[in-house]
Design a protein around this ligand. Sequence first.
Ligand code: AMP
Length: 300
Amino acid sequence: MNKIDNIVLNTNNLCQKIKEQTENALSCGALKSIPTEYELIKDGEIDFLVRIVTNLGRKDKAKKKQKKLGKDFNPFLPYEKDLFVADISDTHVCLLNKFNVVDNHLLVITRDFEEQETLLTVNDFAALCACLLQVDGLGFYNNGKIAGASQRHKHLQLVPFPLIPELPKTPIDKIIETAKYEDNIGQVSCFNFVHGIAKISTQNSNNILEIAQQSLESYQDLLKSLKITISEEGKPDSYNLLITREWMMMVRRSQPKYESISVNSLGFAGALLVKNEEQLKTLKELKPLTILEQVGKFRI
Ligand code: AMP
């Protein structure tokens, strides 16, 4: 069994800390939420949650600022103290996402610099699972630029349920229940892109070490099943990873966007984001599942 670095997260007050820190960060201007409207767009059996940004000004400004600071600027080292939520472990801290679209969007970042594109470790899973046990939601990881990541410093993310009042979990939870399993890896017939699903169970255990170890093993099984190879520098082929209290899904990636519509892990959970009405029109014409097929890898 892998060694897990000490978890220091208090087991019962993360929700309270998020609430308090959000109020502080909003009042001092550190948190720059991005306003959106949303529509549910049906494709096959899935009601995709499509958010339409109504004012991207803040993030665009920040992107320009980051460009000016140079490609090596790292917003997580040091992180902004006003966005700090909690120490999770010897290796990870929890922050508020500065430019959140979803309320209470959390980042789980490594304390020291690690490349986003290196393989996830048991400490990464322990940190994410420690948060997931307190905040029921969707954990995810964009493994690199092609998978939708914008920062090089290793970060996992967690968005709490419900994403919108009409949806208890993700738009794909019902479809995940229809997965057919072979050797413990599931596939969904309407996903024509390379993917794999693993069942995980956080219900019967409060033991983070056990859950992290189990998650790591599922992750390794998925990497193998999707035939993800690792380069000599330790970089795997591009993929997205989604993780809830019940299941984990991995998707291989071929490109970051299709017809101007960028997709990260959330897209594969059925939650897409468009920047304007024009993109919304394109998305409706192309259909969400087709966009996912195009940015994933076609399943034969
Ligand atoms: P990703 O784009 O998936 O790599 O996730 C990185 C996230 O970090 C983005 O969603 C940004 O909104 C967020 N972000 C950028 N700068 C900061 C910052 N200074 N503090 C906290 N979050 C940030």
